[in-house]
Design a protein around this ligand. Structure first.
Ligand SMILES: Cc1ncc(COP(=O)(O)O)c(C=O)c1O
Length: 447
């Protein structure tokens, strides 16, 4: 088997260390770096740094590169577009890539209700706008969110987010009329029940919130991730979202599904809402929508999306023409290369491998995932489930030094997650998982 990892210097190498010193001097410390090797080029699931080291990328720019780095057709389409024009502001002088992308997405998003789509730049910006649209349509202001949720770092998105450190501490006061209920985190059930005998009682917490916390008459929407991402790759039971939506709709409240991390084939579905068999009222899209070009979107039932009036949503850069062109290519590639099926196959391969590791290493408390959104939760003790956060950091650092870039997640910072490009080869995935296993073994031996 030809190995993909190729380390020719220590990690990080001298050129990366020099750039890191410059970064430390001129960039605020909040922009802390996870893998301090400065990238020179990237292709497929491989990254080459400025010192000539090659890494396997299980982070994919945090779930952005589902179609792989530097996909040649996308690079071509971007180049061709940049030579024609880069910006006009869609609402000043429009362009075709925006409307073509809106049409394309409207046709492939879950459900039969006619859809409309608006584009923005980041996931957080799309979340802000999804909430504005829900408020304008319902003429109500309350928003219900979840424990372990992550929706971004701008004011409303940060308010909706659950993890206090580092995302919220010191940044208050937050947006008002936001209420939080537990999520279906089965490994650490908030109600101390077991699936399936629990009959997903946690979904009824929404009903309880309407009694104890905020009236449905004052609530515009519930916003939920179909699989929680930053919160720890938490996959709820299949029926959970449907039940939430039923309760929301019985109370004239909208369901916003944040598919920023789960969208574009990541979970073995084009959108994870399909797994839950629901048609959300509003869907938030970003990350893998445009292969690294800054683009996000809010899509939804047309009558809901028409809630805000003339110029109520928008912005100078929203729906950049080059990014929209890249996104059209992303969808072509996902369809042509059948990345939805590929996501299921690769996800199963990673899941099975992690399950085998779980047999050997007690530190792996839980293995979970949907499609290629796979993670392991590390614990000091399987009975108490005490999170093994420091060990998680050490494992990721060792894996990095051995040539694998992978990320953590979880409210306790004890989940290792796989978000590799879906174009990763089986050999590359196996090689990366070998490295993670080696790192786990080494950390366990250090104890
Ligand atoms: C589910 C979810 N929503 C929103 C965001 C925020 O997206 P962005 O970082 O592009 O603002 C993220 C980012 O990780 C996310 O995972």
């Amino acid at each position: 088997m030809t190995k993909s990892i190729n380390l020719v210097t220590e990690v990080p190498g001298p050129k990366s260390r020099e750039l890191e010193a410059m970064k430390n001097q001129y960039v605020p410390r909040a922009m802390s770096i996870h893998a301090p090797v400065y990238v020179e080029r990237a292709e497929g699931a491989l990254l080459e740094d400025v010192d000539g080291n090659t890494f396997i990328d299980l982070a994919g720019g945090v779930g952005v590169m589902n179609v792989g780095h530097s996909q040649p057709e996308i690079v071509e389409a971007i180049k061709e577009h940049v030579e024609r024009f880069t910006h006009t502001d869609f609402t000043v002088v429009p362009y075709d890539s925006y409307v073509k992308l809106a049409e394309r997405l409207a046709k492939i998003l879950p459900g039969d209700t006619p859809k409309k789509v608006a584009f923005f730049n980041s996931g957080a910006e799309a979340v802000e706008n999804a909430v504005k649209i829900a408020k304008a349509y319902t003429k109500k202001s309350g928003i219900i969110t979840f424990e372990n949720a992550f929706h971004g770092r701008t004011m409303m998105a940060m308010t909706l987010t659950s993890k206090v450190k580092p995302y919220k501490q010191g940044f208050g006061p937050f947006a008002s009329n936001v209420y939080r209920i537990p999520y279906a985190y089965c490994y650490r059930c908030p109600l101390n029940l077991e699936y399936p005998s629990c009959d997903i009682k946690c979904a009824d917490e929404l009903k309880e919130a309407f009694l104890h916390t905020v009236a449905p008459e004052d609530t515009a929407a519930v916003i939920v991730e179909p699989v929680q991402g930053e919160g720890g790759f938490i996959v709820p039971p299949k029926e959970y979202l449907k039940r939430l939506q039923e309760i929301a709709h019985e109370n004239d409240v909208l369901l916003i599904v944040d598919e920023v991390q789960t969208g574009f084939a990541r979970t073995g579905y084009m959108f994870a809402s399909e797994y839950s068999d629901i048609e959300p009222d509003i869907i938030v899209l970003a990350k893998s929508i445009a292969a690294g070009m800054p683009l996000s979107g809010v899509a939804g039932k047309a009558h809901v999306m028409d809630g805000p009036g003339d110029s109520g949503i928008g912005g100078t850069y929203v729906g950049n023409p080059v990014a929209c062109t890249a996104s059209l290519k992303v969808i072509d590639i996902i369809e042509r290369e059948q990345l939805v099926d590929r996501s299921k196959e690769l996800g199963k391969r990673a899941y099975d491998r992690f399950k085998a590791m779980q047999e050997k290493y007690d530190i792996i408390g839980d293995v979970r995932g949907l499609g290629s959104m796979v993670g392991i939760e590390l614990v000091k003790d399987r009975q108490t489930k005490e999170p093994a956060a420091q060990e998680t950091n050490r494992i990721l650092k060792k894996a990095f030094e051995k040539g694998v870039i992978s990320l953590k997640a979880g409210i306790y910072g004890n989940v290792i997650r796989v978000l590799s490009p879906l174009t990763i080869t089986e050999e590359q995935l196996d090689e990366a998982l070998d490295v993670i296993e080696e790192a786990i073994k080494e950390v366990l031996n250090e104890k």
